[in-house]
Design a protein around this ligand. Structure first.
Ligand SMILES: Nc1nc(=O)c2c([nH]1)NC[C@@H]1CN(c3ccc(C(=O)N[C@@H](CCC(=O)O)C(=O)O)cc3)CN21
Ligand SMILES: CC(C)C(=O)C(=O)O
Length: 372
């Protein structure tokens, strides 16, 4: 009971008594505290494994206003362009969020740009969920969309709903995206929306269909195909999608689809006439500037920086400074020890017959002083 009282200290007496009632038979099970339900309610009291100054997910300033479906609808109604960028982890999400980008997409392009696969097919739902959770921790404002990966929604509407709900429950996303507009995909989209999850559609080049498309090729370059893309987009809108990604289609086709729909289109390689634009984080940053990677960056990607070159040269410089012993030097060796302690340590070492080691200590202490 005394242990419990300590735990309760930050809480009011009243709240504590309510909690004690709820705790009931758990009162004596402190050693099993990890599985006690009230542990969840006393996060602060149990946070002994947290550093005092939490950097990544700690208490933050007042949160900025979140982008919601209403915000997006208003932007669309006012014909204001909607911006979307992908992110896959905490730091990339912070970058995207701080730039006031409207929608943060945790894309299955992670399979390629993060995991190094040649297509988006190998990434699993469980892997996507790890990316989603990390990205969600970094985003305070952006509307969060999680990409349903290949194999997580094609089998049945039940499978689609199950995967989509996991994206919200375990991935902390606000909505999901799925690819394609065939009847099966439209049914999946409808079922997910009916389950209460907002869905973004995706037509044109759908990279998860690379097997049947025979490569990452521009789509809808003949009238028949263009009409089909438009029909699919309309069907997805009918199923309740809040927005549709249009990938790798000629600009006039994107204009037609955008005109035909009453929900926003988000273009990538689809020209300027869409309601918004999306780019992959690594592409827009020029992260893959190495010739080995340059070939996987599509032609429609504008590089707003050469981050890859900056990173490469920084690591090269670090490596050179380690090799030449320029780093860390005294400037980056911050931990000091008083002279008296050095003398005492050297004395102890000599008393144990360790003359060489005592010398090493004294020499380095001297070097630190002369280069300070
Ligand atoms: N880094 C990256 N950026 C993306 O935009 C992106 C991914 N990865 N992975 C998932 C999909 C695949 N995407 C791609 C990939 C390549 C092309 C591309 O290079 N297309 C060529 C035509 C290739 C052909 O005809 O075979 C082009 O000329 O644009 C287009 C879209 C878009 N998505
Ligand atoms: C390219 C965007 C739209 C995407 O689907 C992804 O990043 O996976």
């Amino acid at each position: 009971m005394s242990v419990l009282r300590n735990v309760m200290l930050p809480w009011s007496e009243k709240f504590a008594s309510v909690m004690l009632r709820q705790v009931g038979s758990f009162q004596t099970s402190i050693p099993h505290a990890r599985c006690c339900p009230w542990q969840l309610m006393t996060k602060q009291a149990f946070a002994s494994s947290q550093p005092e100054n939490v950097v990544y997910a700690g208490p933050s300033q007042a949160s900025p206003k979140r982008v919601t479906l209403r915000t997006l609808r208003t932007k669309y109604a006012n014909q204001e362009p909607i911006s979307m960028v992908t992110a896959y982890d905490y730091p990339s999400a912070v970058h995207v969020d701080e730039a006031n980008v409207d929608i943060l997409l945790v894309g299955d392009s992670a399979a390629m740009v993060v995991h190094g696969h040649d297509t988006t097919l190998p990434i699993t739902l469980d892997e996507m969920l790890v990316h989603c959770r990390a990205a969600a921790r970094g985003a305070r404002r952006a509307f969060l969309v999680g990409d349903l990966p290949f194999g997580s929604y094609e089998v049945s509407t039940a499978q689609a709903v199950q995967s989509a709900t996991r994206m919200l429950k375990e991935g902390n996303m606000d909505a999901v995206k799925l690819e394609g507009g065939s009847s099966g995909r439209v049914s999946a989209a409808r079922a997910i929306v009916e389950a209460g999850v907002a869905v973004m559609g995706h037509v044109g080049l759908t990279p998860q269909s690379v097997s049947v498309l025979g490569g990452f090729r521009p789509q809808a370059q003949v009238a028949d195909e263009a009409l089909e893309v438009m029909q699919r987009a309309l069907a997805l809108q009918g199923a309740g999608c809040f927005s549709i990604v249009l990938e790798c289609v000629p600009a006039p086709i994107a204009a037609a689809v955008t005109k035909a729909l009453s929900i926003p289109t988000i273009g990538i390689g689809a020209g300027p006439a869409t309601s918004g634009q999306v780019l992959v984080y690594h592409d827009l940053l020029g992260m893959m500037s190495h010739p080995h990677h340059a070939k996987v960056t599509p032609k429609f990607c504008k590089q707003y920086a050469s981050a890859g070159k900056v990173i490469q040269s920084a690591i090269q410089q670090y490596r050179d400074e380690v090799a030449s012993r320029t780093f860390p030097g005294t400037a980056f060796s911050p931990y000091k020890i008083p002279d008296a302690e050095i003398e005492s340590l050297a004395r102890e070492l000599r008393a144990r017959g360790l003359e060489d080691i005592a010398k090493a200590v004294e020499e380095e202490a001297q070097r630190q002083k002369t280069h300070a």
